[in-house]
Structures are given as C-alpha cells and as structure tokens.
Design a protein around this ligand. Sequence first.
Ligand SMILES: Cc1cc2nc3c(=O)[nH]c(=O)nc-3n(C[C@H](O)[C@H](O)[C@H](O)COP(=O)(O)O)c2cc1C
Length: 524
Amino acid sequence: MDSMLTSLSNVPWWLWIIVFLGLVAFRDIFIQKAHTISHNYPVVGHLRYWLESIGPEMRQYFVANNREELPFNRIERSWIYASAKKENNYEGFGTDRDIYAHQHIFVKNQMMAFQMPENHPNKARKDFLPCAKVMGAYNKRKKPYRPASIINVSAMSFGSLSAAAVEAMNKGVSKSDAYHNTGEGGLSPYHKQGGDVVFHFGTGYFGVRSSDGNLSLEKLERLVAENPCIKAIEIKLSQGAKPGKGGVLPGAKITKELAEIRGVAPGKDVLSPATHKAFGTVTELMELIETIAEKTGLPVGIKGAIGKLDQWEELADMMLKTGRGPDFITVDGGEGGTGAAPPSFADHVSLPWVYGFSELYKVFQTRDLVSRVVFIGSGKLGFPAKAAMAFAMGVDCINVAREAMMSIGCIQAQVCHTNKCPAGIATQNKWRQRGINIPLKSDRLAQYFKTFRKELVEITHAAGYEHPCQFTMHDIQVNVDDIDLTRNLRTTYGYNKTEVPFQGTQALYECQYLGGKNFIESTK
Ligand SMILES: Cc1cc2nc3c(=O)[nH]c(=O)nc-3n(C[C@H](O)[C@H](O)[C@H](O)COP(=O)(O)O)c2cc1C
C-alpha cells in the first residue's frame, strides 16, 4: 500500500491533468449521448457551454454600452443603485441619450417653475408625495385608504422572493410610508414588519384557500381582521409577463413554512390554474368585489394586463349601471417582470404599458368613471420622467417590482426562475439569502422611494405644478420621428386626461385616511 502511494506521489502534476482530460474525452465520446458538440469536439466542446453560461455577465460588464441592455440598461440600474445608497446620482457633461430617438419622452417645463408657499409640506420633507385620490371613497367602503406614497412595491410573492428580501422590502416601505403588495403567495410574517400591505391573490388563492382550492371568504375575512396592516385587497386577473397563464410551483420549493403560509401540502407540486374558480363572468367578478368589500370593509381592486377590451367595457358598463365596482385598477404592461414565464408569453402576449393603459383609460373616461377609480400603473415606470408621463396619462400611483429588487441589490442576472439568484433575492436557498443585510437593504429601498419622489416633485414643479396629478396630456411629448412628427400625448393616444380633483398637498397631508405614518410623526 505504502509503495503504491509513493509511486502515485511520484507521478508528475502534468500527467494527472492529461489523465483527467483523457477521462473527460472518453466520457464525451463514448458515455454521454446528449451533446453533439461535446462528442464531436471532446474536452474543448465544454468551453462553448461554459462561455455561453457566463455570456450575459461578460456582455453586461464589458461589452454592452450604457443604454443597450434590457429590461433595464446600465444607466437605469445605476440611477436606482445610487439613489438607493443616497450617493451622487447625477450625470456629468449632459445627457448621453439620443433625445431624438423614437419614443423619447420630453416633459415640458413652465417658463417659471411652481413656487412653494411658506409652510408647504414639501418644504418640511421634499419627498412627501401621497396619492391624490382615496381608494374606496366613492364606494363608501368602511376603511378607505389614501396611499401616502405615489410609488409602492408591486406584487411579488414570498416564494418567488426570499424571506430576507420580503422582510427588507416591508421594512423599507415602512420607513418610506409606501405600501407593500404581497403578490400571490399569501401574507407571510416577513410582510408584517410595520409597512402598509395590499393583500393580493390570484387563481391559487394562497393563504385564503379552501380545501378544494377555491377562495375561502371566511379565511380572507379572518386574515384581514387579524392583520390591521392590510389596507386594501387586489384580485389578480392577469400580469403583463404571462397573462392567462397558470403556473406550477414545484414541490421541491414548497418548504414547511411556505406550505403553511400558502395553505398547501409541503413537498407537493402546487398548481395555479389559468382561470379563477371564484368567478367566471364579469357579473360574478363584480359580485365578488362587493362581497369582499362588505366582509372586510377594505377597498378592493383588480390587476390586469390589457389586450382585448370587450370584457373591460362590460365591466365599465356594469359600473355605470349599478353604481358599484372596483376601487382601484392596476394596469400592468406587457413589459412587466415575473419570477418565471415562457418567452412566448413574456415577449408577445398583452400590450405594452402605454398602449394598454391608454386604451383602458378611454373605456372608463368615455363613461365618466375615472374619478371613481384609483388607477395604478406598473411596467418599468420606476423612473421619475416615465412616472411623469404615466401621471399625464391618468395614473394616480405607480407600483414597482424589479426596480424595488434592484434597490435592495438585484444585479439583473435574470435567473429568478432557477432558484440560483446570486443576490439572494429571488431564491429560497438559505445560504444565498443570508448575504442580505436586512436593516441596510430596507434603508436602501426607502431611500430609493424617497429620492424618486423628490425628483418627481422637482420635475412637477419645473412643469409649473404642485402635484403630478395635475400633469395633462399636453405637458409631455414623445418622439414619433423627426420634429414635425413629435406629438404630445393627447394627439398620440387620442384623449385628454380627466382632471383629478386636487386641493393642494396640505389637504392630502390632513386627510384622515392617509396611510403610512413617518411623515406625520416627523413633522409633529
Ligand atoms: C419576481 C417577481 C414576482 C412577481 N410576482 C407577481 C405576482 O405574484 N402577482 C402579480 O400580479 N405580479 C407579479 N409580478 C409582476 C410585478 O408585480 C409587476 O407587475 C411587473 O413586474 C411590472 O413592474 P416592474 O416593471 O416595475 O417590474 C412579479 C414580478 C417579479 C419580478
């Protein structure tokens, strides 16, 4: 034995490498049957697979220019990172964007900017920017809600996100007076860290699910009664990245904790069907909205990606006829993100945000229903100038998902569907999420929201207004082509926004339904 070990230790290192490569070559040619490239080019063929696997990182770090990548280019990501860290988020030497490019947005500044009177709430806190409308006011819900921030965390479930990420986000919204939408995975302890919550459910009814997989109104009623942090309820009809597509959460991902929160069996695949069991028609949806609002007292809204309009028209007609309806509508753009979706859906099904929202808004506007509904937009709107455009088109709030992820450290690795998120955000892997410093990351989300609001307030003032709800379609232009074809939003999308009743930021500050609390506390 000793002599064998001695002779092995005398084998030179380069011979070991040759033996190893010989074994790999043998495997490539005679054992594996799946890869033609490895068979035809033994050993070196592996280089191709390896280079392909690190290609996105190589392109991101070395090849792509600042404005080239999608979904978010480097300038956009860097702006979020710098804003979240309260670092210098300015650019030197002027814009590096081609401002003559197709779809470029211009906000028209006023000759003289809006002058804040003494004692204006924005003098005390430059980022105070609540929603100009109250959810549930028109329908006289028992507990109306005015979001204290016009930017909020969009639906992302515990399950698609890690516990650490959800906790950091909830603490972050608490520090910035925003709300946190739970996404489809139910209300977890990580959502209960002090922030306002919008409880969201989809076809899986996770967290409020009966044994036959339908919606349990009793569970929903109990959940709301036991959790005063829930300020509103959102019924998901569809999302931009995969409208009309169900999903399977693999049993391997269903830990005991996740199973308890979602109300499903641990270790077994869970199906989110493509359609709802609790309603199948617009009339039934309207009935469900009223039942939930009556039982919980909360404002109830719906979320959808826009394609065909006939059922939305049916809903609007019914709202007109009955005097009831959803308190808020979240419109998600086809460019929206997801934990996992087939590219055929993500790339092609449903309209991009500007087209979808403008079509939907007109459905409600032509029936004079706009003032009854809080419109929320989502789909890469987490940048102040884009948000200004969205407000000019008629939104009252925006929701952000991936931008919120980036503020807590997402590097756009685009591997949310693999459970291998390098930033510990879109994974259930305990080791990967342990790297998230929750207090620090929650500060970062809060700081991103505050910087965003401050910059949006500044853009609004530059345009001569006090609040972004006052933006009109004439205030923003988008490039359609050269100067003769640059058109304002009114001409491009064919409507004028309905004026939002607004009595000044002070009135919003004094509103009894105002959510959040930090601003009020800090100014006492
Ligand atoms: C990881 C992840 C999980 C998501 N989960 C949900 C969900 O449970 N329900 C839903 O309606 N939308 C979900 N979305 C979509 C977002 O809520 C949002 O509508 C979309 O990403 C557009 O916003 P963004 O461009 O700011 O990311 C998810 C998005 C991401 C990135």
